[in-house]
Design a binder for this molecule. Structure first.
Ligand SMILES: C[S@@+](CC[C@H](N)C(=O)[O-])C[C@H]1O[C@@H](n2cnc3c(N)ncnc32)[C@H](O)[C@@H]1O
Length: 296
């Protein structure tokens, strides 16, 4: 969990990296235009010295060098971020099409998903630790992203779970199909918190729920990459806790009446999104995007 005294640096660096990719003609086709505008606005508002990244990444040479270095030091990180935004955006639209009426983003950080769905007039909830939610609330207020469908819920999910905080929110509805999103979030939780979250999602609505999430399987990754991920997250005061693993996720979901509906693996991401654009940058092994559903 992130250091309680300040906002999440992992969440902030995700936006900085996506901003860099969104400025690069090779990757621009994979970055949604509205999200890319948002990244640029957010990065301009970041506290010093983080806003210097805007100047740095706008310069083509410095940007190329940064991408080259990042691919060298942690091969696969940049493309895994890009892929999760691409697939999760599509899966959100699919869920709305399938009749999901409410969106809850767990560990939302500075992500754009809840903003997007709120702009489409779906009740959307951003849940994160108090400092990160405060930063996002203030940022979005300054940038004019507030709207009546976007709700901010500040909670240490480990301690409080999500039932009490959401049920006591006047805009949360227990009678509609709800989409829960946990992008880059489960890896940061202990196993008992993951069990609790799965229970809580069932307890929150009388309807079916859909759960969209990402996970790393460290067993499948190059050991050095797994170690660098752990170390770099720890370096900014956050910790990866429990590694579920691809083989155990179905059983874990089943225990809580969720069934796994689809999985996107790195081979599929490469084949469907990167290769068609001749992108050869590395993508982590052992990185998955998954969707599960509970029965009503
Ligand atoms: C790696 S960031 C991902 C942010 C965002 N989902 C994205 O993909 O851009 C993880 C986020 O989860 C939040 N987080 C992790 N554990 C949490 C917990 N137990 N309760 C609330 N927020 C948590 C962190 O504060 C951080 O914003």
């Amino acid at each position: 969990m992130n250091n309680n005294k300040r906002f999440s640096y992992t969440a902030t660096f995700i936006i900085i990296k996506l901003f860099g990719l969104s400025r690069d003609p090779q990757f621009t086709p994979l970055v949604d235009k509205k999200a890319s505008e948002y990244y640029e606005k957010v990065i301009s508002q970041l506290p010093s010295p983080l806003f210097f990244f805007k100047t740095l990444l706008k310069n083509p040479w410095l940007r190329h060098f940064s991408i080259f270095m990042e691919d060298l030091v942690l091969p696969g990180d940049l493309m895994h971020l890009l892929m999760r935004k691409v697939y999760i955006k599509d899966a959100i639209f699919q869920a709305l099409n399938d009749g999901y009426e409410q969106v809850v983003v767990l560990g939302s950080g500075l992500d754009f998903s809840a903003i997007r769905t709120s702009q489409l007039q779906y009740n959307s909830f951003e849940l994160d630790s108090p400092n990160t939610i405060r930063l996002k609330y203030d940022l979005l207020e300054k940038l004019n992203y507030h709207n009546p469908f976007l709700h901010f819920v500040s909670s240490q999910i480990k301690e409080k779970g999500i039932v009490t905080t959401l049920k006591s929110h006047s805009d949360f509805r227990t009678d509609v199909p709800t989409l829960f999103i946990a992008e880059g979030f489960l890896d940061y939780q202990e196993l008992d918190t993951i069990h609790r979250i799965l229970d809580d999602m069932n307890a929150l609505t009388d309807h079916k729920s859909r759960f969209l999430f990402t996970l790393f399987d460290f067993e499948e990754m190059e050991p050095v990459d797994a170690q660098i991920i752990r170390d770099s997250v720890e370096f900014v005061g956050e910790y990866l806790k429990y590694n579920i693993g691809r083989d155990h996720i179905e059983e874990l979901l089943h225990t809580h009446d969720f069934s796994l509906r689809w999985v996107v693996d790195p081979e599929t991401m490469n084949k469907e999104k990167l290769k068609p654009l001749d992108i050869e940058n590395p993508l982590f092994k052992g990185f998955y995007i998954m969707m599960a559903e509970s029965s009503p």
